[in-house]
Write a protein that binds this ligand. Structure first.
Ligand SMILES: [Zn+2]
Length: 481
């Protein structure tokens, strides 16, 4: 990236709220039902059908706003945002335009040891559109498309950040932090793969030192946080090349293509005017009392930033560890439950970030669904601590616990993994290894310390990793001197 330009990034995140029913009608929001099985005259936009606001959706939106340090507006209102698309039966989306529910929030991110606040301009409530199902792979290669309105009318919040991010890396950190906060509150399950969390990005470049914004480009089709980062990196380079050549940046919406790793032009960007926003005459203004706000505030859980501080302070975890462990609430809870049984936080964090994360990634499971419980992990670590098994053996025991959920002690017995700490037995093996490796013995006696490591390795090999390494070291030194 050229040093001549500063990158300016803003993000718009859409999160579906986890209500049981839709924003303006009683239809279920359950995922995976038969097409159009969860619709009614209201969410199908039939003439004369009147919307009634879902209180729980407002409640969740307030909770998200408070968790993101916003000012909750006592007065907000709903507006119609007009556009024509087959998945939108009313030809307008019910949203909030000039009076959103939440304003002026912030999210604190940590990138490369630097802490930074990213402003949140606003959070507003709106309804989801339906879903077009194309007969072919995509709209262009299809003979026809079908409409499924089950999703239409599900409540969403749109979280609009300030243009405060200066690199794709910061954008990635903002998204992961935001997702984690939303998941902690439980207002959204934030599943990008099911579409309950989506993100659009705005990016522009300007000469370093300039305070005016450059022309921004909006990026769409960003299906993962990594895709957001990669698309922004690509776009940063593309815009810098244009500016270097003295060519203008066109204000437009660009589509990210994951397979080619490039963005391409979709359409020139609409202005707010194009949507012909006006207040929805079917809905009264939304008035939120201070008591309601305080009631929601009182039930906010401990949020990631506070947990991060506490994990560093209370458990003495390095910031790097704390950041990874608190990424999800389930993980943070698992950590605390394990430490309560096995009081060595750093060791617990090492095992969680290392072996356990590896097993979870390979199997595609989440920590809350896997067979390793805090009790079983604590038991396993105690077995290492009291010398029953070596660290190496512990890894294979953990694999077995992960696969079967069996007690680690039972696994150690069944597989004969207990460490050999019997001096007499080990002395014999040590003697045999010394006899079989005269060259290494010679090296060791000539002062090459490395040779000892080799001999220890040979004893471990003979015992299939079960020898107590500390004891092997001692015995070798004794016999060699
Ligand atoms: Zn409905």
């Amino acid at each position: 990236m050229s040093q001549k330009y500063e990158t300016v990034i803003g993000l718009e995140v859409h999160a579906e709220l986890r209500t049981d029913s839709k924003l303006f009608c009683g239809c279920s929001t359950k995922f995976g039902a038969d097409p159009n099985g969860q619709t009614c005259p209201v969410c199908l936009g039939m003439p004369g059908a009147l919307p009634v606001l879902n209180k729980k959706a407002v409640d969740y939106a307030i909770e998200a706003g408070l968790a993101l340090n916003c000012e909750i507006q006592e007065y907000s209102k709903f507006d119609r945002k007009h556009y024509f698309y087959p998945d939108l039966p009313k030809a307008y989306q019910c949203s909030q335009f000039d009076f959103p529910l939440c304003k002026n929030g912030k999210v604190t991110i940590h990138v490369n040891g630097v802490t930074k606040d990213i402003g949140i301009n606003r959070i507003h409530l709106e309804e989801e559109a339906g879903k077009s199902v194309h007969s072919g792979d995509n709209i262009l290669g299809s003979d026809y498309s079908l409409e499924d309105f089950n999703r239409g009318g599900i409540p969403l919040i749109e979280i609009v950040s300030e243009p405060d991010m200066r690199s794709p890396e910061e954008a990635y950190a903002y998204l992961t932090t935001l997702k984690s906060i939303l998941q902690y509150t439980g207002v959204s399950d934030c599943k990008m793969e099911e579409g309950s969390l989506r993100c659009d990005a705005n990016i522009s470049l300007r000469p370093v030192g300039s305070t005016e914004f450059g022309t921004k480009v909006e990026l769409k089709n960003l299906n993962s946080f990594r895709a957001v980062q990669k698309a922004l990196e690509y776009e940063q380079q593309r815009q810098a090349r244009l500016l270097d050549k003295g060519e203008p940046i066109i204000q437009e919406t660009r589509h990210w293509d994951e397979t080619t790793g490039k963005t391409h032009s979709m359409r020139t960007k609409e202005q707010a005017d194009d949507y012909r926003y006006f207040p929805d005459p079917d809905l009264v203004p939304l008035i939120v009392s201070p008591e309601w706000i305080e009631e929601v505030r009182a039930r906010l859980p401990e949020l990631p930033p506070a947990k991060f501080e506490r994990f560093v302070r209370e458990y003495g975890l390095p910031e790097y560890d704390a950041n990874l462990i608190i990424a999800t609430k389930a993980q943070a809870d698992f950590f605390e439950a394990t430490v309560a049984l096995y009081n060595d936080p750093k060791t617990v964090s090492n095992w969680m970030m290392g072996e356990l994360t590896r097993l979870l990634k390979t199997s595609g499971q989440e920590i809350e669904d896997c067979k390793v419980t805090p009790e079983l992990l604590a038991k396993l670590l105690t077995l290492v601590d009291n010398g029953t098994i070596s660290g190496t053996a512990a890894k294979s025991v953990l694999e077995e616990v992960f696969a079967t959920g069996k007690d680690p002690e039972l696994i150690v017995q069944e597989k004969g993994l207990a460490q050999i700490s019997d001096t007499a037995e080990l002395e014999k093996i040590v003697a045999a290894v010394i006899a079989a490796n005269p060259a290494s013995v010679e090296d060791y006696r000539n002062g090459k310390d490395k040779a000892l490591g080799f001999l220890v390795g040979q004893v471990m090999k003979e015992t299939k990793g079960r020898a107590n390494p500390k004891l092997v070291n001692e015995l070798l030194r004794k016999q060699l001197s």
